[in-house]
Write a protein that binds this ligand. Sequence first.
Ligand code: ADP
Ligand code: MG
Length: 586
Amino acid sequence: MTPRRVLALFLCLVALAPLVLSEFYVTLLNYIGLSALVALGLVLLTGVGGLTSFGQAAFVGLGAYTSAYLATVFALSPWLTLAAGMVVTAVVALLLGWMTLRLSGHYLPLGTIAWGISLYFLFGNLEFLGGHTGLGGIPVVSLLGFELKDGRDFYFLIWVVLLGAVWLTQNLLDSREGRAIRALKGGVLMAEAMGVDTARSKIVIFLIAALFASVSGWLYVHLQRFVNPTPFGLHIGIEYLFMAVVGGAASVWGAVVGAGVITVLKQWLQDLLPQLFGASGNFEVIVFGVLMVVVLQRAREGLWPMLSQWMPVHSSRRQVPIADFLNKQCSFGGSELILEVRDVTKRFGGLMANNQMSLSVRAGEVMALIGPNGAGKSTMFNCISGVDGPTSGDVFFRGVSIVGLDARRIARRGMSRTFQHVRLLPAMTVIENVAIGAHLRGHRGITASMLHLERAEENSLLAEAARQVERVGLKDFMFEAAGSLALGQQRLLEVARALASNPCLLLLDEPAAGLRYLEKQALAELLRRLRDDGMAILLVEHDMDFVMGLADRVVVMEFGEKIAEGLPEEVQRNPAVLQAYLGGVA
Ligand code: ADP
Ligand code: MG
């Protein structure tokens, strides 16, 4: 069975369910659909983007209350109040996102708990929202002249909205913008170096998650036709997160599975446990707590990966699309001075990691920066690529000073780099990892991605990524998970990723470390070809043979200072270098 058929079968089941099931089960499926929509937002936000939120129930409440209030007090059509609810949610989400997303580590979830609680109490304490008693008499939704009065009518609306949201989210994840979002988990440093505006990506997924929650609230309130603050409390926010985690927070279908399992389990436990204990109470909360710990211990990826093991693999995902070539960011010519570092000093407290360092690289030149461990080479790279600004001194890139620009803006000007400690997304395929490098060569935004209107551009980006994967000799691993590669191959992947941006200047931090002899030879050959094409290459390396056979010029550093500069053979004979570096290492 192809994946398409599995999906078709599932859709048939969803469509037929209300025709054969009893009222009780239709209601249950309605609640599963409503929760799955909120959990879907959390898949995007937490599972994919790595930003944990306990406060989603508050956004459900915003959608619910805005619609309830406007529809009862001003007798507006529920479709109008849906739009109003989304606008209110968007404004609040942008405000909260702007405040909380800047928090890092544990502070972010704590922040979401704080506003989750605040909004909950706001709903309960505002007189015009009916306080803790709530609002009643909320009008029914009519669709094409048909009034959705009972649960069975409402079922289709809920599931069409949910499946639509799944489709939009899946499309988004499978796009250039989606790769930028997935890159958040690989660390902001890498994503920004590839030109991704990580702050924007975070706000976008925060906003989408909030809007999904808000729409779920709208559906809920017009299904119930009554609203009070109870379903929007913090413990429900935790339940939504739990659904996403149990289902499998990295996959859109995980949200549906998680919402299904938790809703059914909750229903069942609520019936069973009070009988068992002979007293009434929310005993299911205790079971959920224990279950959460077990899931986090035993199946951190959730249930979906286990289920999807039995699913067939999509074959079109293993083909490189044929597409138009991308435009070039950089064209090479002559021996233009590409990079000039002038008197750069970098202090870390009392430590001078770089002291009055100067160097330059021309187009069509391989410059090697060598020196013993701790000499300050990586620091120099960070000063050049905008990861960390120099304390003093200047860096010119293609004639313009780039000191003070952030990594993303520098990448935009045509500089690309690899990292000494490999930074890639282990679960993502090789070709997709490399495509992150081509981020700046695409332009289509979030909406186009969600609707898959950017397929031509996406195909070009993937075709370009595939070309670079082949160029570095990883063709056989194109569709393997990047994490399954050997370290040396992961370094080559980083070179391919850097090349996918079509840079004028390539910064390579110890690219040959971990490579075998033949792989080193192949890498050297590749770098020679790039140089002959006119690319400027600045290379930090330990392996002397590799450097000496490849570099046009060499700069030697020790204790943050330049101790020698010249042709490889000159530097090799320089007594200071022999003393400091070659002698020291050997
Ligand atoms: P290399 O790449 O040549 O091995 P580095 O540039 O990584 O050397 O480090 C140079 C010196 O700067 C080392 O002594 C290192 O401990 C120090 N250093 C590097 N980064 C930082 C930092 N972020 N904070 C403090 N010290 C640092
Ligand atoms: Mg280093």
